[in-house]
Ligand binder design. Structure first.
Ligand code: CAA
Length: 283
């Protein structure tokens, strides 16, 4: 399928990054969220990243304008009918996602592909609430999207080969490296990453080392660009907890038990960078 216009539904951290990467690759992007305040915030994030690239001499002011001009903000979900592909990037909440997919299913013509950027929720279950499960697929980008090359392309049980091929090709067109993954809790990325982060939190919780030391060990010893606690703050502690809960629920295996300290921080509103305080403080 020839995809030229996409809708990104959800203008948060991930949605903004996806919209930016898509527009930079030449796609037209309908940038949607439920309130114009969220959309404006998302647009400001994209503009800020592009301005940084201009300042570093990586792109021209003209190129920045050209990318921004391809991002069309809208708070009307009905505009999804103009897209060939919708990428959903709202919060990791099954009921909210399925409600959105049901709406999109009624709005979009039959040929439109509905993709979810979910980090761990089952694609098959999301697809099942629509009348087009063969047109539903997972397209899991990594944060920060404009920088990270990976896209996990997740087949739901009913996803057609044609839809898989279109999305795989589109990820390449966006300058990403798609990797095919099947539909299991956490897919591959978060099945491996999150237990590592959770274990790092347990190490602090059990007094094995300070959080700074845990991060140092993983940065200097394993060459990770960020320590696991710094990365948890970057991803968002609420997101980390919800992924651990999904792994725990999905596999019913105690090895995925979320660390009580992670749950405590989330309950306290310490969500990481976005709230100004997680394991570390952010001015
Ligand atoms: N948005 C866009 N670009 C960004 C960015 C952001 N939020 N943050 C950094 N960048 C860009 C910078 O502009 C810079 O670009 P240039 O090379 O073109 O100048 C480049 O990234 C490097 O940035 P910095 O020099 O400022 O800093 P750095 O070298 O420390 O790199 C980092 C920053 C890329 C974020 C790096 O620390 C890193 O790779 N961290 C790990 C990220 C990671 O693991 N992501 C996966 C998270 S898990 C996930 O996303 C899945 C999930 O479901 C939870």
């Amino acid at each position: 399928m020839n995809i030229q216009t996409i809708m990104v539904a959800g203008a948060g951290q991930m949605g903004s990054g996806i919209a930016q990467a898509a527009a930079a690759s030449g796609l037209h992007v309908l940038f949607h969220d439920i309130s114009s305040e969220f959309i404006q915030k998302g647009l400001a994030t994209i503009a800020k990243q592009l301005t940084r690239s201009v300042e570093k001499g990586k792109i021209t002011e003209e190129r920045k304008g050209e990318i921004l001009s391809r991002v069309r903000p809208t708070d009307r979900l009905e505009q999804a009918e103009l897209a060939e592909l919708v990428i959903e990037a709202i919060i990791e909440h099954m009921e909210l996602k399925t409600a959105l997919f049901q709406k999109l299913d009624t709005i979009c013509p039959a040929h439109v592909i509905l993709a979810s950027n979910t980090s761990s929720l089952p694609i098959t279950e999301i697809a099942a609430v629509t009348s087009r499960p063969s047109q539903v697929i997972g397209m899991h980008f990594m944060n920060p999207v404009p920088v990270m090359p990976l896209v996990e392309v997740i087949r739901g049980l009913e996803t057609s080969q044609e839809v898989f091929d279109s999305v795989y090709e589109l990820a390449k067109q966006m300058g990403k490296t798609p990797v095919e993954v099947n539909d299991f809790p956490g897919f591959v990325s978060n099945r491996i990453l999150m237990p590592m982060i959770n274990e790092a939190i347990f190490a602090v919780y059990e007094g094995v080392a300070s959080m700074e030391s845990v991060d140092q060990v993983m940065k200097l010893g394993m060459n990770h660009p960020m320590g696991p606690l710094e990365l948890a703050d970057f991803i968002g502690l609420d997101t980390c907890l919800s992924i651990m809960d999904i792994l725990y629920e999905g596999f019913k295996d105690p090895k995925y038990r979320p660390c009580p300290l992670l749950r405590k921080y989330v309950k306290a509103g310490r969500l990481g960078r976005k709230s100004g305080h997680g394991f570390y403080r952010y001015p």
